[in-house]
Design a protein around this ligand. Sequence first.
Ligand SMILES: Cc1ncc(COP(=O)(O)O)c(C=O)c1O
Length: 416
Amino acid sequence: MKTPFVSKEQVDLITEQFSTPFHLYDEKGIRETARAVNAAFSWNEGFKEYFAVKATPNPTILKILKEEGCGVDCATDVELMMSHKVGFSASEISFTSNDTRPEEFVYAREIGATINLDAYEDIAFLEKTCGLPDKLSLRFNPGGVFALGTDIMDHPEESKFGMTKEQLFKGYKELAEKGVTSLGLHAFLASNTVTNDYYPTLASQLFELAVELKNELGISLDFINLSGGIGVDYTPENRQNDITTIGQGVHEQFDKILVPNGLGHISIYTELGRYMLAPHGHLITKVLHRKETYRTYIGLDACAVNLLRPAMYDAYHHITNLTNPNGKLETVDVVGSLCENNDKFAKNRELPEARIGDTLVIHDTGAHGFSMGYNYNGRLRSAEILLQEDGTARMIRRAETPEDYFNTLYGFDFDK
Ligand SMILES: Cc1ncc(COP(=O)(O)O)c(C=O)c1O
């Protein structure tokens, strides 16, 4: 079963202070996960987790992760700007973009972020735009399907990201000839994996590639980035990844493949988002309406602008009724207010009776939750609140106001 990380009494106090809906983050849980990830890879001297900013782009969260020794991976110049402002140093920032605008590469170079190139063609583009830095990484796409045993995990052949093996080798050769001294390899081949085998399997493939590169071209990589993809179980079955086992699995492959080939110096990087943050966020929302037609609808004060995953991916997010946990079970659709029929947090879900005014917790919203928000129907993004280690709550982003929404319109046939 899934249980919230806050009690009803705590949430009652917090909702007296801040109006719903809002995302609530658990500082204690975030720190514990960061420490567990760092411990699991402590066997590797150069290990660093570059938190995927896109998952939870909030300065307070980033600062907590920085205190725990993490860096950040950014996808755009705006994420780079936030990370730079938060105080991450050059070596703590990586930049994994695609279809990148020239000014974004210029800015990444300016702040010294480690650039991870998505395309072979990007090498020439980067060189022409702002020259090549000393340290660069290339993103690999092996094509075909990515499978663990007989389980197909994803279809890299259909993915727009990364470059082929041939392009990769050509790219490293050119970069080495042009004087790039520190080279890395990156791949993200499956998303939200709940198995301890994903990273070790991916690692073994990338390690083999590193050995081949050394043998064929005499190029020794400095770092290998396993990227994101370690998932969480959103369902109440609550199958868990064991990060210690995952770290050990990668360690075994490292000792088996890299060390005997003289590549034991390679640093391992990760770029986790979901695993770091998803379970440590709740969307706290109240029941506004009940409606009976062909189904029973529970209307919330939150909608898909606060959490897009159910509408976009038909993703399951567990829901707990904090106010009436032992209510009579009923089968309902839990919906938001958008003029879109996919604005449903749950369909035909059996839940304890949700009465008007009840407080609900939507689980596992700490990553790719708030950050995927948008403004359809003029709905506004919510606040983000941090449940601090001492049990008190602190706002770490205010809710948008109509003025925020109107701000880009003033002066365009629209007056203050
Ligand atoms: C380049 C890159 N790195 C890391 C991540 C984080 O992935 P996850 O949240 O699945 O760990 C993503 C997610 O989209 C990504 O695109």
